[in-house]
Design a protein around this ligand. Structure first.
Ligand code: UT7
Length: 325
């Protein structure tokens, strides 16, 4: 049956200039390089300077993705930014990225699903493209979590980093076969009853402040693997594929232990898992596109590969996307 598929045409990343190592954080809070590596796999993260914002990093990633796609902003009619750390409460970060790309046409809006933001944004763009509402979309995950961290809370401030990644999606006619390229299946989930386990303790309508990230790490950890494997199993069901059919597993990069445990439970070969958490830390909605760009730039992910994206985070929200690259 003929249908529209969202095919990935380009990809790009933009990281802040400054790298902060675990050893540097030993001078900020009571922590050690050894604890951070052992519990999370993180060795360093990028932290944005005052002149580097979610929108400047997002626009940098978008420009790189357009360049890779051989397209210009004139070819795009939809921009979606996944972020929980916009430059302003409004307008949306996507509109500022649109301005920085020199665009005055099309539509731009943000999606807020915390660490699952990129998966939600890909799913939203896919629905727009398949529904005929847009022809080409830039989907961006961009964050400056360093701005909402409590730099006196060692249990959270060592975990996160800043950055942005983007992909360009294009609506392409497909026979509907899973042999054709593009997004093959998407699954999104959320459950607001877990709010207190991972949230920001401020906001315009409550405290009138931005607030700081608060997390009961052990509680989040307890739920993560089950939720991740559950949503991936429903993507397997939707496509009739299983762990052996996956060429590359690109999970949200929160903690290497969570990634390893999820891959093991699902039976995914560790050699197929893309891991960047050691260099980027947890960059929330930016973590999946940053990891994708890594594995594309070094030639691991190739055209026609089956790539499985997955994330879980605040809300809780969680979800997965299966793509034939
Ligand atoms: O991206 C959104 C989703 N988020 C996640 O997936 C995060 C999920 N959670 C995690 O990744 C882990 O729970 C953490 C990395 C946050 C923590 O690892 P853990 O093994 O669960 O440690 P814990 O919270 O149980 O803390 C163990 C100990 C505690 O000391 P006591 O109570 O055993 O004496 C903490 O106070 O480690 C202590 N601790 C630290 N020690 C040195 C907490 N943070 C630090 C630190 N340095 N930075």
């Amino acid at each position: 049956m003929s249908m529209i598929r969202s095919v990935i045409r380009g990809y790009g990343a933009c990281l802040p200039r400054r790298v902060v190592t675990n050893s540097e954080l030993e001078g900020v809070v009571d922590t050690t390089d050894e604890w951070i590596i052992q519990r999370t796999g993180i060795r360093q993260r990028y932290i944005a300077a005052d002149d580097e914002t979610t929108c400047s990093l997002g626009a940098g990633a978008a420009k790189a993705a357009l360049h890779k796609a051989g397209l210009t902003a004139a070819d795009i009619d939809l921009i979606i930014v996944a972020t929980s750390t916009p430059d302003n409460t409004f307008p949306a970060a996507a509109v500022e990225v649109q301005r920085r790309l020199g665009m005055k046409h099309g539509a731009a809006f943000d999606v807020q699903a915390v660490c699952t933001g990129f998966v939600y944004a890909m799913t939203t763009a896919d629905a727009y493209l398949r529904g005929g509402l847009a022809k080409r979309a830039i989907v961006i995950g961009a964050e400056t979590f360093s701005r909402i961290l409590d730099w006196e809370d060692r249990a959270t401030c060592v975990l996160f980093g800043d950055g942005a990644g983007a992909v360009v999606l294009e609506a392409v006619e497909s026979s509907g076969s899973f042999e054709d390229r593009g997004i093959l299946a998407v699954k999104l989930r959320s459950d607001g009853s877990h709010k207190d386990k991972l949230f920001v303790d401020g906001g315009p309508s409550t405290t009138k402040t931005v607030g700081h990230l608060r997390m009961q790490g052990r509680e989040v950890f307890k739920h993560a693997v089950g939720m991740i494997t559950d949503v991936i199993e429903s993507v397997f069901e939707a496509t009739g594929m299983d762990a052996d059919d996956i060429d590359w597993f690109v999970p949200h990069q929160a903690n290497k232990r969570i990634i390893d445990a999820s891959a093991k439970k699902l039976g995914i070969d560790p050699n197929k898992v893309v891991i960047t958490v050691e260099r980027h830390g947890n960059t929330s909605a930016a973590s999946i596109p940053l990891a994708l760009v890594d594995a594309l730039d070094d030639g691991r992910i190739k055209k026609n590969d089956i790539v499985l994206l997955e994330a879980m985070g605040g809300g809780f929200t969680w979800g997965a996307v299966m793509v034939r690259w």
